[in-house]
Design a protein around this ligand. Structure first.
Ligand SMILES: NC(=O)c1ccc[n+]([C@@H]2O[C@H](COP(=O)([O-])OP(=O)(O)OC[C@H]3O[C@@H](n4cnc5c(N)ncnc54)[C@H](O)[C@@H]3O)[C@@H](O)[C@H]2O)c1
Length: 356
């Protein structure tokens, strides 16, 4: 289909994720434009504007929202600011792509879900792994060919060598003393910091592939500066699951999944996103006795995420990314993990309140 125009996006926040992903993603997207950048840190704004040359630059978010040229906003600020900034954007009539995690409490995520529903605007959550062609192929196979699910395992293990890797791959990241940060030190409670940062991805991938999670029971072990959350999961369809979130694993980045079903099984290995390499996925199909393996040549998940977002807005294509319900469900999962790790009890996701 010939595209008549590009979605004009304003990016809120010029921090590391915008510099490493969103600015370039908007510039490379076939159906979007990096129209504006907003950051309170003047020196940082000046430097990123010199590199990415948006049409407009703003130090004040309200001023960016008042610009009629801005059709959609990427909210790429600290987790604690996601919901208030996304709500302001909706009030100003802008579509929203909000970074993960969607928020920091169940209640505020509910308020954003409700506002999204009432607004008629697109609200997408930035769990970009849904735009990994390998993971999308696995999901299609699970839905269309695999039949009933028996079990799902998923793991997300961040490596001690992670920054060695990402420093080599990412652009030089500019920083500023004037950057706006939430009160207190987000890293003061490392468990919380890791769950919000990483379990948001793990839970979203598990739900994307395996469907709704009913309840879970989590054990947390901390040793030699490493953290391991093992969760026993019950899916809504009665399948069992096991989720492994491990931080500072003494090996390479280790992420992937296995799914066992009635007519086939799936196994996937996911790479650190900064390799821009799609997951290696193999789907065994009982019907033809063969493994099926996609070539996910386009591994720029962040660009694909922006393109999917713009397609939903411009062309009315059903949202392929995580919607507000998905963001809320991941938040419930994170809170359930944290509560269960403390109490040792099985926690039903529908019953959790509060934060991690
Ligand atoms: N999807 C992923 O894989 C992924 C990876 C890394 C980070 N993230 C998420 O991205 C988000 C941002 O991360 P980061 O490390 O870039 O954050 P950061 O806090 O380092 O940078 C955010 C920038 O936003 C600016 N800012 C904050 N509030 C503002 C306001 N009201 N008006 C104008 N500017 C404002 C700050 O000055 C700062 O420069 C986090 O929620 C993080 O979890 C996602």
């Amino acid at each position: 289909m010939a595209r008549s125009r590009k979605l004009k996006i304003g990016v809120l926040g010029a921090g590391p994720i915008s510099q490493a992903a969103h600015f370039e993603a908007c510039r490379k997207a076939k159906n979007a434009e990096l129209y504006a950048i907003c950051d309170v840190a003047e020196d940082l704004l000046e430097r990123v504007v010199a590199i990415h040359a948006p049409r407009e630059a703003y130090g004040d978010y309200e001023a960016m929202l008042a610009d009629p040229g801005v059709e959609a906003v990427i909210v790429a600020v600290a987790d604690q600011f996601h919901v208030p900034m996304a709500l302001e954007a909706l009030e100003a009539g802008k579509h929203v792509l909000v970074e993960k995690p969607m928020g920091v409490t169940v209640e505020e995520c509910e308020s954003l879900r409700d506002a999204a529903g009432a607004s008629g605007l697109v609200v997408q959550v930035g769990t970009e792994k849904r735009f990994d062609e390998g993971i999308a192929f696995a999901r299609d196979f699970i839905r269309e060919e695999m039949g009933e699910m028996l079990a799902l395992k998923a793991w997300y293990c961040d490596s001690t060598r992670r920054y060695t890797m990402t420093d080599a791959l990412q652009p030089v990241i500019e920083a500023s003393e004037s950057a706006r940060t939430p009160e207190g030190d987000p890293k003061a409670d490392l468990r919380r910091y890791y769950v919000l940062g990483h379990a948001s991805h793990l839970l979203d991938t598990a739900r994307f592939l395996g469907g709704e999670i009913e309840s879970l029971r989590t054990r947390l072990v901390e040793k030699f500066g490493a953290y391991c959350w093992f969760s026993d999961v019950e899916f809504a369809d009665g399948s069992v699951g096991h989720l492994d979130l491990t931080l500072k694993v003494r090996m390479d980045w280790h992420e992937g999944f296995q799914v066992y079903g009635e007519h086939g099984s799936v196994i996937g290995k996911t790479y650190n996103p900064w390799y821009y390499r799609s997951s290696d996925v193999e789907c065994f199909w009982e019907k033809d006795g063969r493994y099926h393996r996609p070539l996910g040549a386009d591994g720029h998940f962040f660009r694909r995420q922006v393109e999917g977002f713009a397609e939903s807005i411009l062309d009315g294509v059903p949202m392929r990314g995580a919607n507000a319900e998905d963001g809320l469900a991941a938040m419930r999962g994170m809170v359930a993990m944290a509560h269960s790790a403390q109490t040792g009890e099985v926690v039903r996701l529908s019953e959790v309140r509060g934060g991690v």
